[in-house]
Ligand binder design. Structure first.
Ligand SMILES: [Cu+2]
Length: 295
């Protein structure tokens, strides 16, 4: 990436996209009515609150509630047995810091030894996103980072999942996409509006999906040139910087059900995770960059 100042806000927005955990926004249609989520986590006044225990394995809704006036990035993690919460938070903070450097692979490997990343998203100010997670007995952590670009200082809450209660079934969806090494398989055309998506990581590395809506007349090649720093410093971003949609990190084998809201237009899905076997290369350079049309 180059350091040239194109448009400050656009650059700032773009910088946020280069970390694979603290990404972006799912722009949920406002005015949606939410059934109360099974597990409600709430960000307000700089801290994140949630239940300490949830009784119920299987698929359950995790409410990502943002009471603040800023966009907040939420991530959900399952912590491996024997890993303390303090150790996990230290590992996650170290990863967030490492993602801003050119060699984040050691921090990624440490993270993957300690926890699974189960997805997440950015929630707009004063909004809520409910995602469905396949809960198992064990310890879960939810993190929240303001603005998606202050990833070194997430706040956390954790809860234990115990047996009993409802055994949740997977929700029915009409949209599904797989994240593999190194490709997406989005349908060629997608219906506009908010839809629940089943997103699965079928690869052996962590993946994300950041979405860029191309401006009229711009192409995927224009986006690639911009992402690679190959465009002139006076060239504005070829995408709409006001419509952020993303799926946060999923570790191999993880599946999340997440509402995504695409407006009509041409979109490009991009994965910025560095190749763990080739750290100088991001997944999007190896095939995880795919265009699809929304109408
Ligand atoms: Cu990837």
């Amino acid at each position: 990436m180059n350091d040239r100042q194109t448009d400050h806000n656009a650059r700032r927005a773009l910088t946020a996209r280069f970390a694979w955990l603290p990404l972006l926004t799912v722009a949920l249609a406002s005015g949606l009515t939410h059934a109360a989520a099974d597990v409600r986590t709430e960000y307000a006044d700089g801290s994140l609150r949630g239940p300490q225990v949830y009784a119920g394995e299987g698929f359950h809704s995790v409410g990502l509630i943002n009471e603040s006036a800023d966009a907040v990035t939420f991530n959900v993690y399952r912590v491996h047995e024997g890993v303390g919460l303090a150790a996990f938070e230290q590992t996650d903070r170290a990863l967030q810091a490492a993602l801003q450097t050119s060699d984040s692979v050691p921090a990624m490997r440490t993270f993957m030894q300690q926890a699974d990343a189960l997805g997440g998203t950015v929630v707009k100010a004063h909004d809520e996103t409910d995602m469905f997670v396949d809960l198992e007995e064990g310890t879960y952590v939810v993190s929240a980072s303001v603005g998606g670009n202050d990833a070194s200082k997430p706040v956390y809450t954790s809860f234990m999942v115990t047996e009993g209660g409802d055994q949740g079934a997977a929700p029915e969806v009409t949209n599904a996409v797989h994240l593999s090494d190194f490709a997406f398989d989005f349908p060629a055309t997608v219906a506009a509006g908010e839809n629940l998506w089943e997103v699965s990581n079928t690869g052996e590395q962590p993946h994300i999906a950041a979405f860029f809506k191309l401006l009229p007349g711009k192409t995927t090649a224009d986006l690639e040139a911009f992402l690679n720093g190959a465009t002139d410093e006076n060239t504005p971003p070829p995408f709409d910087t006001s419509t952020d949609v993303s799926v946060e990190a999923l570790t191999p084998g993880a599946t999340v059900y997440l509402p995504l809201d695409f407006s009509a237009g041409t979109w490009v899905a991009v994965c910025f995770v560095p190749d763990m076997n080739n750290p100088a290369t991001a997944h999007y350079m190896e095939g995880m960059l795919e265009e699809f049309v929304v109408n």
